[in-house]
Design a protein around this ligand. Structure first.
Ligand code: CP
Length: 312
């Protein structure tokens, strides 16, 4: 593997290898290990053209834990502000010989566009409404942690599906891992051709509650919508689709609730749901660091070195 752009290009075996490596790393971190040397001499550039808290921080921390040189670049503090293009920006960075460029960009296909121009490996940290593969891998890791497997589970993704790169990557990866996928939300936020994605559309929360082993909630992506045309409104969304305590209690006893963050408290999810025993939202964040360490070491061909360090 040289790049991680899309869950489409990831085989089931590659995904499970990354997740298993993630579990080993997380155990080591939980035991208090603070530093590994596997990526000493490697360089990771985090190039973010869109806002991020979880993805950016965890890729930065992942690189530093692994002893890589980590360079963080925000578009707002770069020569992009002076009109430099994405391709020129990345080509110039590539001439400084990084091993990996982690890219977040508002345009679908941004990562694929730059691949022909550079030698470094590319990790897609979210490209517009297209994909966010490291989020799907950490989501699968969290499901396996709580349910032992993804295979055969009924996974419902609820909310603004049409604008969600997390939904796309989750759907593609979870189908590869053998899950049954469903979507739920206002029809204005549903994909036009759900059959093409291999998902079934649910029409009521009663249906969701009856079948969901895993419920993944999504934020309404106001930044990708025309603010004057958001329908339903946030208040209406909360009333008809938001997960509150009453709806949570309708769900299966062992169902889990996930959210990639950032959450809009009181819109798609209420405060008491976030802190309920069904919520694994903060486990997702912890697993995000481990999975990103697994991704960086795998792409730099240093996985075996890291595993030896962990076992030593
Ligand atoms: N889940 C996720 O991508 O969060 P950030 O936008 O904070 O990175």
């Amino acid at each position: 593997m040289k790049h991680l752009i899309s869950c489409k290009e990831l085989t089931k075996e590659e995904a499970l290898n990354l997740i298993n490596t993630g579990f080993k790393i997380r155990e080591a971190l939980r035991k208090g290990r603070k530093k590994f040397t596997a990526l000493r001499g490697n360089c990771v550039v985090n190039l973010f053209f869109e806002a991020s808290t979880r993805t950016r921080t965890s890729f930065e921390k992942a690189g530093k834990f692994l002893s890589a040189d980590v360079i963080n670049i925000s578009a707002s503090a770069s020569s992009v502000k002076k009109g430099e293009t994405l391709i020129d920006t990345v080509k110039n960075l590539d001439m400084m010989h990084p091993d990996i460029i982690v890219l977040r960009h508002a345009c679908e296909g941004a990562c694929n566009t730059i691949i022909p121009y550079i030698d470094a490996g590319i990790v897609n940290a979210g490209d517009g409404c297209h994909e966010h593969p490291s989020q799907a891998l950490l989501d699968a890791m969290t499901i396996i942690e709580n349910k032992e497997t993804v295979e055969g589970l009924n996974i419902v993704i609820a909310g603004d599906i049409v604008h969600s790169r997390v939904a796309r990557s989750d759907i593609i990866l979870f189908q590869k891992l053998g899950a049954n996928l469903f979507i739920f939300g206002p029809s204005t936020m549903m994909p036009r051709y759900p059959d093409a994605l291999g998902v079934k559309v649910l029409s009521s929360f009663e249906e969701v509650a009856e079948i969901a082993d895993v419920l993944i909630l999504l934020r309404i992506q106001l930044e990708r919508l025309n603010a004057k045309k958001v329908f339903p409104s946030l208040r209406e969304y909360s009333k008809f689709f938001g997960l509150n305590k009453k709806r949570l209690e309708m769900m299966k006893k062992d169902a889990i609730v996930m959210h990639p963050g950032p959450v809009n408290r009181g819109v798609e999810i209420n405060n008491d749901v976030i802190t309920s025993s069904k919520s694994v939202i903060f486990e997702q964040v912890e697993n995000g660091l481990a999975i990103r360490m697994a991704i960086l070491t795998t792409l730099c061909n240093k996985k075996e070195k890291l595993l030896e360090e962990i076992d030593a």
